[in-house]
Design a protein around this ligand. Structure first.
Ligand SMILES: Cc1cc2nc3c(=O)[nH]c(=O)nc-3n(C[C@H](O)[C@H](O)[C@H](O)COP(=O)(O)OP(=O)(O)OC[C@H]3O[C@@H](n4cnc5c(N)ncnc54)[C@H](O)[C@@H]3O)c2cc1C
Ligand code: FES
Length: 261
């Protein structure tokens, strides 16, 4: 990654998609370089919250130099709540795009699962839009009928939904949707909570499927300097000689077999 500078960007739109879920488009230089699976570090305007919040890129519009993020408000007086109160025309500070992104080239000529769960759903949208493969199967897990981004997913692949309460699609999780629909893939791309990624990693290992997962660890610096986000890797790192990977810099996307989760 070339050295990025903190940039002040303009909010183009802010919209509530579902209870506690917001979509924000910003105008930024970062759009020109952004890839699916990368993220932005977004700063709050609260002096008491020094650290930026990592939020995945949900959509990229290189022509208008705009990026979309979709985020969940985690609670009162949190950074994400502060983002949700900001309005069109206001400005924000961001750093990005950060991280490696998904290896899109691994999908060519293959049957693909694109899997998203919880707040790992948004980055799957731009991935689906850019993916060139022979069979694009989107398997998206929600808690309930608040199936945000559903219409956009439908336009970009064959969509299978799971909901924890069974209100839409398969009752259960994304693995239940795979079983219920007897789906098959040669390569998997996934983003979501750790238990979901663990189940996907196990499934991929059992079936010998190439699998890439995007980890959502808590972060501090976001640029590889503080080691606040390390995960255990199978191999020793060539620079540090330890079995660690920094999720913000070496990831957030990893070959599932390479990391312990
Ligand atoms: C690479 C990456 C991409 C992400 N992409 C998105 C995204 O597209 N949309 C989105 O809504 N969120 C995303 N997240 C999670 C998001 O960064 C956190 O929800 C956010 O930082 C919380 O900040 P806050 O100020 O609202 O909450 P805080 O005040 O920091 O914390 C509020 C609560 O949220 C919990 N929390 C904070 N960070 C995380 C985390 N990473 N995972 C689980 N729980 C957490 C805390 O433990 C606490 O209970 C991503 C995280 C990473 C690392
Ligand atoms: S958050 Fe500092 S090294 Fe990753």
């Amino acid at each position: 990654m070339a050295d990025r500078k903190v940039e002040t960007v303009k909010i183009i739109s802010q919209e509530c998609l579902a209870e506690g879920i917001y979509s924000m488009w910003i105008e930024t230089e970062a759009a020109g370089m952004a890839k699916p699976g990368q993220f932005l570090s977004i700063y709050t305007n609260d002096a008491g919250k020094l650290l930026p919040r990592p939020i995945s890129i949900c959509e990229i519009d290189k022509v208008s130099r705009r990026l979309r993020v979709v985020y969940r408000v985690t609670g009162e007086n949190t950074g994400t709540e502060q983002f949700s109160r900001m309005k069109e025309g206001e400005s924000l500070k961001i750093l990005g795009p950060l991280g490696n992104g998904f290896p899109l080239e691994r999908a060519k000529g293959k049957r693909v699962f694109l899997m998203g769960g919880g707040i790992g759903v948004p980055p799957i949208l731009e991935l689906a839009k850019q993916m060139d493969c022979i069979e694009k199967q989107l398997i998206i897990g929600y808690r309930d009928h608040h199936t945000f981004l559903k219409e956009e997913f439908e336009k970009n692949g064959r969509l299978f939904i799971s909901t924890e309460d069974g209100s839409v699609g398969t009752k259960g999780n994304v693995m239940d949707a795979i079983r219920e629909n007897a789906l098959r893939a040669d390569v998997i791309f996934a983003c979501g909570p750790t238990p979901m990624l663990r189940a996907i990693k196990e499934f991929a290992a059992e079936k010998s499927i190439e699998c890439y997962i995007s980890l959502e660890e808590r972060m501090a610096c976001g640029i590889g300097a503080c080691l606040g986000c390390v995960c255990q890797s199978k191999e020793r790192d060539a620079h540090s000689n330890v079995k660690n990977k920094r999720i913000c810099k070496d990831g957030p996307v990893f070959l599932a077999a390479e990391v312990e989760i």
